[in-house]
Design a binder for this molecule. Structure first.
Ligand code: GLU
Length: 299
């Protein structure tokens, strides 16, 4: 594993644990919690608990309750004035942000579905591209914003550079990766990218610790935050993911690693934290680690 350079992080960083309540916590989330609470603990920082329920169609209150209860069982205590921050409470902030973005570069209504974008990519020979890249179909159409239409912001072609605390210097060009960003989807949900850029700014998050699967999102979030007036973006650390026996990222459907299942099978919280630490390379062999000890993994 490359060395982790925490010397650049100012003391007492504010970071966050930001699960989407679309399922129960599994060992992949625990790994993220181990890294997040561990680094915060080592640097005297705090972890905000942010429930990312921006996609109202997929989120359920029972998952949120289960997430909070599983974190308590693991002994992971969030900091911050409010115990839980919830994206569904911040609708107006996202609306204001979209207006603000629209004053700097065109924000336009878009009728394209994911299938439309995939089809356009196939037509352009881009079927092997890493992610969906919006080709700009509706850019000049001047569609009136309406129910059932998305909302996109025009991106420039500039590259974004940042230094990942674990992976080193990165350069990303959002316009090439994903094209004009979707801010609100056709079901009137504000999107992940907008909500995260707004929340990390408003909540003064100074350090983002998350899995490598989100590395590609970082440049666009830095870009949005800059346009929203953030002077210094947060620092970022993307940690290794836990994969299954076929090398795939764990998913919520993978029941055997669910925190609830691990609990029901008689595992102690310390064993579950130790397993997540070892499977992301923090310790060579699993051993019990209490939540309060996680900082020692990073000192
Ligand atoms: N809500 C996202 C997830 O559950 C995490 C977002 C982030 O850390 O930026 O995958």
């Amino acid at each position: 594993m490359p060395p982790i350079d925490l010397s650049k992080v100012p003391p007492r960083p504010v970071t966050r644990f930001a699960p989407s309540p679309t399922g129960y916590l599994h060992l992949g989330h625990v790994a993220n919690a181990v890294w997040t609470w561990g680094i915060a603990g080592a640097l005297g920082g705090r972890v905000l608990l942010r429930i990312e329920d921006h996609d109202r169609g997929r989120c359920r209150p029972e998952y949120e309750r289960a997430i909070i209860e599983d974190l308590e069982w693991l002994g992971l205590v969030p900091g911050g004035e409010r115990r839980v921050l919830r994206q569904s409470d911040h609708d107006r902030a996202y609306g204001r942000a979209a207006l603000h973005l629209g004053r700097q570069s065109p924000v336009y209504a878009c009728k394209c579905s994911r299938a439309d974008i995939a089809q356009a990519m196939r037509a352009d020979g881009l079927e092997d591209w890493d992610e969906l890249r919006y080709p700009g179909t509706c850019r000049g159409l001047r569609l009136a914003p309406a129910d059932g239409l998305g909302l996109r912001v025009t991106l420039g072609d500039e590259a974004v550079e940042f230094d990942d605390l674990r992976l080193g210097p990165q350069q990303q060009t959002p316009s090439l990766q994903c094209g004009d960003l979707l801010l609100r989807d056709a079901n009137a949900n504000w999107t992940y990218q907008l909500c995260v850029a707004v929340d990390d700014t408003r909540q003064a998050v100074s350090l983002v610790v998350r899995g490598e699967d989100l590395l590609a999102s970082t440049g666009r979030q830095i870009m949005l935050a800059g346009r929203l007036g953030r002077k210094e973006p947060p620092l970022f650390l993307h940690h290794p993911l836990i994969t299954d026996s076929e090398g795939r990222k764990l998913s919520k459907r993978d029941g055997s690693t669910g925190v609830r299942e691990l609990r029901a099978a008689g595992n102690r919280p310390e064993m579950v934290l130790g397993e997540a630490a070892s499977r992301t390379g923090l310790i060579a062999e699993p051993r019990p680690i209490a939540a309060g000890e996680l900082g020692t993994l990073f000192r």
